[in-house]
Design a protein around this ligand. Sequence first.
Ligand SMILES: NC(=O)OP(=O)(O)O
Length: 319
Amino acid sequence: MSKPLAIVAVGGNALITDDKHNSIPDQYLSVIESVSHIAEMIEAGWDLVVTHGNGPQVGFILRRSELAKQEVAPVPLDYAVGDTQGAIGYMFQKALNNELQRRGMNKPVVTIVTQTLVSADDRAFNNPSKPIGAFFDEATARQRQQELNWTVMEDAGRGWRRTVASPMPQEIIEHHVIASLLAQGCVVIACGGGGIPVVRDAKGQLTGVEAVIDKDLASALLAQQLEADLLLIPTGVKQVAVNFGQPDQRWLSNLTMAEAQELIDQQQFGAGSMLPKVEAIMGFIAYNQQHGKTGRGLITSPEAIRDALEHKTGTWITP
Ligand SMILES: NC(=O)OP(=O)(O)O
């Protein structure tokens, strides 16, 4: 009997504990911490694809490129996404290799440069809404907007950031390769930063485009294409809450699709924080409902994954 398959989608922000700890070695320490929980799932019998965000990191690459523009040619955004797939994938690959070896598990780990198909007509290209890079105060963000032609926005109460276009993912181009590697017993790291956004012309040729895809949406699409049993989105809290941060805050163990939609309509989930996670999982569940599949969705913190899989905590989203 084949093992159950989980897609685990780790956020790029989760690798950066605060703005004083955003160096590559600091990020690697965060990766080491998160892979210990991921390795527990592998030990418990799951096949795994680890996907990851790249919001802060891709912004850092663009900023380095901007600062060095007198000396070296700039990095186009699709290549910057590719750069983050390599660098963050390397962190997860190395840390997972070491953690599995420490646990006596001989399992290959591999990172796949992943392209994600988007539509050239996606209206997101006219409305840059994906925050990337560092957080600033409003005055600094506005200054960069004027001087460097950035688009900027306030990000979920945490500060101001640069924004780029974030079109809807339509297809994970390499999903058959990922499935084949899973069948060979590999742990696969894929869809980094939501995948490198590409468009396909009438002759089937792919061209990279300047955007950053939401990693939760790309992970949900990959979960559909691989017919995964679980889409797991680790985040900063053990459970989703209603009235988050208020005296009447209430943690949720289970959310049906109808309940989740009602809470979205009540604007209970923050744009750019819990909302995209809930919506991504709802998209996965809706696809499963339409196609007679049973895959489920779970939101919890990395350290609570084991308990959440035993339904002791976490928020499960179900039909
Ligand atoms: N690409 C992406 O969604 O990255 P973050 O999760 O880091 O924002």
